[in-house]
Design a protein around this ligand. Sequence first.
Ligand code: AP5
Length: 216
Amino acid sequence: MTAIILLGPPGAGKGTVAEALVEKGITHVSTGNLLRDRVRLGTPLGLEAKKLMDQGRFVPDEVVVGMIRNLLQDSGKDTSFLFDGFPRTLVQAEKLDELILSLEGTLEAAILLECPDQAIIERLSGRRTCTKCGAVYHVKNNPALAGDLCDVDGCELEQRPDDHAETIKKRLQIYTEQTAPLIEYYKIRNLLHSIDATKSIGEVRSAALEKLGWVV
Ligand code: AP5
């Protein structure tokens, strides 16, 4: 297996870039989406996770690492993974290294989307997501063709419960404290590629493809 990591603050555009990379055949793994699936299903894990997510706090490392371990162990040896929102702490990064090693895989790159807080607040407060497939839109920057309905499956769009001003601030604070140290973690291993994520969606997607050496 091979793996690529998408790093960056909440709302920098990780999910939006992932949509373009998936078209190249990579398997997108968003821990946020996996957790929201469990919230929708009302599993015990989902109910516990929802309380933390709605406050903008992290779900415990062992829960998230457990989900990723199961997913990797159930996948074929030739799968290429794109991790979005994982790892988010140094513990998670070390556990991911161990998992990749145990599967004789390779971590190929960590793509960092750099975006200032002001742009993030604007993006997250205007974000809308499909209630069924999770496709991501923005009321101004990337609107759905039919207004409140998803272009992919026609289902309703909603505002995420953690996309409100106070929760966004909390998420940014936790990102700085717990996730930003991963930048150095991957930089010293020569795996880090930074992208200016304030550019248009098309430019950011093209930059990610270029950094990976994939055809644009
Ligand atoms: P998660 O779902 O991963 O949220 P996040 O990391 O906070 O990231 P977002 O999904 O909010 O943003 P994004 O960077 O994907 O941006 P997007 O493409 O949507 O996690 C949610 C929660 O789950 C966490 O807070 C935590 O509680 C828990 N969790 C998840 N993983 C965990 C882990 N590993 N450990 C512990 N807990 C975990 O774009 C945002 C908006 O901007 C959209 O509207 C989009 O259309 C627009 N946009 C995107 N790019 C551009 C651009 N270039 N120009 C203009 N607009 C743009």
